[in-house]
Design a protein around this ligand. Structure first.
Ligand code: C2E
Ligand code: MG
Ligand code: MG
Length: 678
């Protein structure tokens, strides 16, 4: 770097034919110029040239570049040589200009510019040089050793010191290795890499190819880069969204499928075991149904936070969806550790949560499977932990169970059951049996509840508690429901024709209730059988009435408008919120048999349920009456009807007729019913 020319030097410079001028970068003005310089700039005097403000015509990229040069001059003896096109008087003049630093008397760094006329160049070359100077693409020519031989202004602006090697530019060793390999194998390579820039670490799309240095003829490396950090960030964001559950911020099922196999592989390599913990909240749906989804969501967020807080450094947790969570606990002795941790989780999750001044408490059911004993891959381990979780639920919830190979067999037999159920429905092996509904006052049969019975050719009688849940899971419930309803309607008509006009109640599962074609199916069955809808009552459970307001009301009103009765089955075991019952057309409440059983040791509870029914002024049916004492108690409380083994269990229609003949008054002919059936 030099200082301003002294008098002798200035005289010398003046005498030169070569245009020379000093450019004041800070003020975008020419500070000094020799005569050839003035001529080049088409200025009559230095005063006139110095008065010209050059910043206005200067593009932003040129201004940036000049500031960069200024810094480089400050740092050392930097010199640049570029092809410039100037526009004195509006005419393009292309020159080679050499730039070096010169210190002004006030201490600021200016630029000494020495121009050499440019031999005529074809327009394309002129333009390509301009393009290289102005482009945003960072282009660098490196020697084979990685030393920068040339950087275009964009590349120069992006490196902090100016003399960084390619090795320093690429932050990840892996990127450098791959790049070198690509160049050796194919002569070019392209990749997205993390690079060090003046703005810190950025993501660049780096494209490199082997070439020759036009000056030395030696092999060199041309590298061009574009900044794609914005894109990379958007991609990372999208990836995050795809792999995480937005509500709780926990990784989701997607993430589990993608990343847990690697975690298992790591365990295998380190000789560790891992426990897979499948955690499902008990009756979570009730929270959503009764308190709304916002409260349900908040509860899930609280619980997710607790789970996260309970993790050890190696552990992982994910939300699989709904109220299901999955934990992976790697450990040298995972079986022992997981047992203890699962117990802690049960306690942790069961702690009450305070949401909008309401104390909520949910319990978890936990299933565990062990890697590698219970499965080698994540799919098998998850399936096994899931089966174990179901067995924890079956064992009364709020607890844990380890996977046992027998559970696999149980799951298989459930699949077999599904296949056989389809066959049974198609072959008519599922029939309706009838349990008498008896008047408490008169002791006479006034109706019947239809209960599905499956007589399996090999296994014998399979109870509904076994096959109804399977039907619900696999969607066969609507078909089964229609079979039972049609059999009941036909039976109602047949008995009425014989003079026994009975009200027959038929169970409707929640899934069937929310099935779109329910009303149409019921209407078709009534039309086909000619049954009077006033003698059919549909039994639904309390859970159906919670949380689905608009649709529930519409369906119930539709059924009611057809003339069908509505009964609430197992009354008292659900929410027992009297307020909701007023909103629906309910004709009968069936007091669950657990309350009848409770008469022996907790009569106050049964008393309360009966009082509730009385307040609602609807027909009351007590279920599960097994003793004369129970019946006497019901009689004293004015309960209308009862069902139970005391009178009869559910029996086939033929046996039911024998009961009717034995226990009922002589049949009375019913002309209206007969007319209907014809
Ligand atoms: P539910 O509707 O509450 O039916 C009453 C259950 O109590 C019947 O069991 C019946 O046999 C039993 N029971 C009746 N009296 C007594 C008694 O004195 N003592 C005892 N311990 N039990 C008694 P079942 O037939 O095994 O049916 C079980 C459940 O399966 C039913 O409970 C009902 O929810 C469901 N179910 C049965 N048939 C159908 C159907 O066709 N469709 C649907 N969706 N569900 C059905
Ligand atoms: Mg029932
Ligand atoms: Mg019941």
């Amino acid at each position: 770097m030099r200082t301003l020319p002294d008098a002798d030097e200035a005289r010398l410079l003046e005498a030169l034919h070569q245009p020379v001028w000093i450019f004041d970068i800070d003020h975008s003005r020419v500070h000094w110029a020799n005569a050839a310089g003035l001529h080049l700039w088409q200025a009559r005097s230095l005063a006139e040239l110095s008065a010209r403000e050059m910043g206005a015509d200067m593009s932003e990229s040129v201004a940036r570049r000049l500031r960069q040069y200024q810094q480089d001059f400050e740092r050392g003896d930097a010199r640049f040589s570029e092809q410039w096109t100037l526009y004195p008087g509006g005419r393009a003049t292309t020159l080679w200009v050499g730039f070096s630093g010169v210190r002004l008397t006030d201490g600021r760094m200016a630029m000494l510019c020495e121009a050499r006329p440019h031999e005529a160049m074809p327009p394309d070359s002129l333009r390509s040089v301009e393009a290289l100077l102005h482009t945003e693409v960072m282009t660098t020519l490196y020697s084979r050793a990685g030393r920068a031989l040339y950087r275009n202004p964009a590349a120069r602006a992006s490196v902090p010191a100016g003399n960084e090697t390619l090795q320093q530019r690429l932050l990840d060793r892996q990127d450098l290795r791959e790049l070198v390999r690509g160049l050796v194998e194919r002569g070019h390579h392209k990749r997205i890499a993390r690079v060090l820039t003046t703005d810190g670490e950025r993501w660049h799309d780096v494209s490199a190819r082997l070439c020759r240095d036009a000056v030395t003829g030696r092999q060199a490396l041309l590298v061009s880069e574009t900044d794609i950090s914005g894109l990379k960030q958007a991609q990372a964001q999208a990836q995050y969204l795809a792999d995480h559950d937005l509500l709780t911020g926990l990784p989701n099922r997607n993430h589990v499928i993608k990343c847990y196999p690697q975690a298992l592989e790591d365990c295998r390599r380190q000789g560790l075991q891992a426990a897979l913990v499948f955690l499902d909240l008990d009756h979570f749906k009730r929270v959503n149904d009764s308190l709304g989804h916002a409260v349900g969501d908040e509860l899930l967020m609280h619980l997710a936070r607790r789970l996260r807080g309970a993790l050890g450094p190696q552990d992982r947790v994910a939300r699989l969806g709904g109220d299901e969570f999955l934990l992976l606990l790697p450990h040298a002795d995972a079986a022992l550790v997981a047992r203890q941790r699962a117990q802690e989780l049960v306690t942790l999750i069961s702690q009450p949560v305070l949401i909008s001044q309401t104390e909520l408490r949910v319990t978890p059911s936990i299933g565990l499977s062990l890697f590698p004993q219970d499965g080698q891959d994540i799919d098998t381990l998850m399936r096994h932990a899931d089966q174990a979780m179901y067995s924890a639920k079956a064992a009364g919830r709020n607890g844990m169970a380890w996977f046992q190979p027998a559970m696999n067999a149980a799951a298989q037999s459930r699949l077999d059951l599904e296949v056989e159920l389809r066959r049974a429905l198609a072959h008519g092996d599922i029939r309706a049996w009838f349990q008498p509904r008896v008047s408490v006052e008169t002791g006479k049969i006034v109706g019947a509840e239809a209960l599905a019975r499956w007589h399996h050719p090999q296994r014998g009688m399979i109870p509904p508690d076994v096959f109804i849940p399977v039907c619900e899971d696999c969607g066969l419930i609507c078909e089964l429901g229609a079979v039972v309803l049609e059999a009941s309607a036909r039976q109602q008509v047949a008995w009425a024709q014989q003079g026994w006009v009975l009200d027959i109640s038929v169970n409707l599962s929640p899934r069937q209730f929310f099935y779109n074609a329910l009303l149409q199916d019921v209407r078709d069955i009534l039309d086909r059988t000619g049954c009077d809808p006033r003698h059919i009552e549909l039994e639904i459970t309390e859970s159906v009435l919670l949380g689905h307001d608009g649709r529930t009301v519409a369906t119930l009103e539709g059924l009611s408008a057809m003339g069908l009765g509505i009964a609430i089955d197992d009354f008292g075991t659900g929410y027992s919120n009297l307020a909701y019952l007023h909103r629906y057309p309910v004709d009968t409440l069936k007091i669950d048999r657990s309350f009848v059983r409770a008469l022996d040791d907790l009569p106050a509870l049964t008393e309360m349920i009966v009082t509730m029914c009385q307040v609602l002024k609807v027909n009351m049916v007590a279920e599960g009456v097994e003793t004369a004492e129970q019946l006497a108690w019901l009689q004293a409380r004015g309960v209308h009807e009862y069902q139970g083994f005391l009178f009869s269990p559910a029996v086939p229609p033929e046996a039911f007729e024998r009961l009717l003949r034995a226990g009922s008054p002589q049949p009375q002919p019913q002309p209206q019913q007969l007319a209907l059936a014809q």
